[in-house]
Design a protein around this ligand. Structure first.
Ligand SMILES: Cc1ncc(COP(=O)(O)O)c(C=O)c1O
Length: 480
């Protein structure tokens, strides 16, 4: 018997995609006419308008991903040429080949660490502290130092390690955080008011909305301005407090390097925003969703957070969320950490939430983080090369879109001078009035997700699943 027989099934096409593709092909194959482009366009139209897909996947990322996958399956099956639609929709990471051996090293180191831990502990007990093990928490904070320089501040690393919880991915961390804030507000006899800019991670908005269904809390979304890179400004903060003088427990969410914005805050902007929040409201709590800070060049990352970390009054109100999904291409492994200088932001509310819903953090989270921290410097370096590849793809994609002036014009939120810098793997483009993601896909073969912001409708493209140079050639062409 082959114990790995199941791998064949894993390698095969997704059965749901296949089912839709076969059904749609049989309905259109006899009527496909005209030249290559006309045929491809009618395939795309049939999939976009397919009533079953529209019914099952009601808009958003799941719909666009399914449409793109089915289109590609049909193009392969008919066959309609080599070219495939670029599915730049979900923020998944498919690392380039040169990263894969390092990922395998993480797996084998983690497996070995897990065996050793099982031996010393004589088994695998529950994580009763509901924080995950201390050594991986220390290792994570140590690992982040290259980008944050926590070690410049006395005793800060130790505090952050102690006041931390490992979680099964950032999304779970956000969920625990939101729930803990609701409990905190309730205990203080207050209403929790979740405040976030329109550039916040869509899932965070959904998590907040889900938890608010019982009406125990409020939320407020602030419209950001393209001139500010689609990020908050201190002016936004002050205006918010003028309009919302109630004594609610304000909970801010700030994503300094963005998904969906694809842009980053300037150091002044992040510092001034945090300072304005704490000045207007010393009791406010700030979730700093730092998922992409370590994708930046270490010196840019340090410049971004340095003054926030140095300001102890501000630090006292911040809880950081860090994840390994994007930085290490480990989306499926679910590794993230919440940490704060202020112990009350972690203990005991978040720990209680973790204990009651998942009985602690899985041991795998601890062992994998320990494994990542043990990589050699040359192995760590390959991830930086992956971020470079994304930067070239983003810049290339931006230049490629310039060939379509009927779809896109000026993009005031994007600083072209920064397009060469490593950044989150997203490019947010403002289409011309009335242009849809479908229209963009039909003309450019790039399929992104429509994203509504206060300043209008945008389309977000994700380049993390591009594992070999594709649009980068347009970046090079410009540079010549
Ligand atoms: C801004 C932001 N925060 C948090 C997350 C959650 O990351 P994960 O749950 O994969 O750790 C993501 C993932 O896309 C993100 O873009």
């Amino acid at each position: 018997m082959n114990e790995f027989e199941f791998l064949e099934e894993i390698a095969a096409d997704d059965p749901v995609v296949l089912g839709h593709a076969e059904r749609i092909i049989s309905g259109i194959v006899d009527s496909l006419q005209g030249d290559f482009n006309t045929k491809v366009q009618s395939v795309m139209n049939s999939v976009f308008e397919d009533p079953e897909i529209l019914k099952q996947f009601n808009g958003g990322i799941r719909y666009t991903t399914m449409v793109g996958s089915v289109v590609n399956r049909i193009l392969d099956a008919l066959p309609l040429g080599e070219r495939r639609m670029s599915l730049l929709t979900i923020g998944t990471i498919l690392p380039p080949d040169f990263v894969l051996p390092v990922m395998e090293r993480i797996d084998s180191l983690a497996a070995e660490i897990k065996i050793q831990i099982g031996r010393i502990r004589k088994g695998r007990p529950y994580d009763v502290s509901a924080q995950g093990l201390l050594p991986p928490r220390k290792a994570a904070i140590g690992l982040f130092d290259e980008h944050y320089h926590f070690s410049d501040e006395p005793e800060l690393e130790e505090k952050l390690s102690n006041n931390s919880v490992l979680v099964s991915g950032g999304m779970v961390g956000l969920d625990f955080f939101v729930r803990s804030m609701l409990k905190r507000a309730k205990k203080a006899g207050k209403t929790a008011l979740f405040v976030y800019p329109d550039n916040s991670f869509d899932s965070y908005k959904k998590i907040v909305a889900d938890h608010m269904e019982g009406g125990r809390a409020k939320h407020s979304e602030i419209s950001t301005e393209p001139e500010n890179g689609l990020h908050l400004s201190a002016k936004n903060v002050r205006e918010f407090y003028e309009k919302n003088p109630e004594n609610d427990q304000k909970v801010w969410c700030i994503t300094p390097v963005g998904n969906p914005s694809g842009t980053k805050m300037t150091p002044d902007q992040l510092t001034e925003v945090c300072e304005a929040i704490v000045e207007c409201d010393p009791e406010a709590i700030i979730l700093l969703d730092s998922t992409y800070i370590r994708v930046l060049d270490p010196k840019d990352a340090r410049a971004l957070v340095a003054r926030v970390i140095r300001n102890r009054t501000v630090m006292n109100r911040i809880i950081f969320l860090e994840s390994f999904s994007k930085t290490h291409g480990l989306c499926s492994d679910r590794l993230a950490i919440l940490f704060a200088e202020n112990r009350s932001l972690i203990a005991d509310e978040i720990q209680n939430q973790i204990m009651s819903s998942t009985a602690g953090t899985p041991l795998n989270t601890s062992t994998e983080i320990l494994a990542i921290s043990q990589l050699q410097p040359s192995e760590k370096q390959v991830f930086a090369q992956m971020y470079e590849l994304w930067a070239h793809e983003r810049e290339g994609l931006f230049n490629y879109f310039k060939q379509f002036p009927d779809l896109f014009d000026a993009q005031p939120h994007i600083k072209e001078s920064e397009l060469k810098d490593p950044m989150a793997p997203y490019l947010l483009m403002k289409p011309k009035e009335g242009v849809t993601a479908k229209q963009v896909a039909l003309e450019t073969w790039c399929f992104g997700v429509e994203t509504a912001m206060g300043s209008g409708n945008y389309i977000r493209f994700a380049v993390g699943a591009i594992s070999e140079p594709t649009y980068a050639r347009y970046a090079e062409a410009e540079a010549v």
